[in-house]
Design a protein around this ligand. Structure first.
Ligand SMILES: [Zn+2]
Length: 125
């Protein structure tokens, strides 16, 4: 595991997990806005397409907003490891990337850096 830690508001992560549950078995994609070093707010991009399978995430484009530094997506399977397409996407966009595997509890979430290395995340109230 890489040494960096990302801080995220618990509420923002829970919102993302709720969204993942509501579109299951499709894949949910969301973004996190960062302020003062903490990912605080879940942004659901209006152009998101919740497709089955793992292809939609790698075709996803982040808005040109520098405060949006994090991504979140769900896998319909219990795997929370990045696919090859995910890794390619991570290397191009964002600073931190969350993946949740079904059934989308907090314990089903992993965070990764741009290189696809797992990093720690810390929940902030
Ligand atoms: Zn994925």
């Amino acid at each position: 595991m890489a040494s960096e830690t990302v801080r995220i508001k618990k509420r923002a992560l829970l919102s993302a997990l709720e969204s993942a549950k509501s579109v299951y078995p499709n894949e949910f994609v969301g973004l996190f806005r960062e302020e003062d070093g903490i990912l605080r707010e879940l942004i659901i991009a209006p152009f998101s397409e919740y497709g089955a399978g793992f292809s939609s995430f790698s075709d996803f484009h982040l808005p040109l907003d520098p405060s949006i530094t994090g991504t979140f997506h769900s896998h319909p399977s219990s795997s929370n490891h990045p696919s090859k397409g995910d890794l390619e996407f991570f290397s191009r966009k964002g600073r931190v990337h969350f993946i949740a595997g079904a059934p989308y509890g907090i314990e089903d979430v992993k965070a990764f850096n741009q290189k696809g290395e797992e990093i720690q995340f810390e929940l902030v109230d």
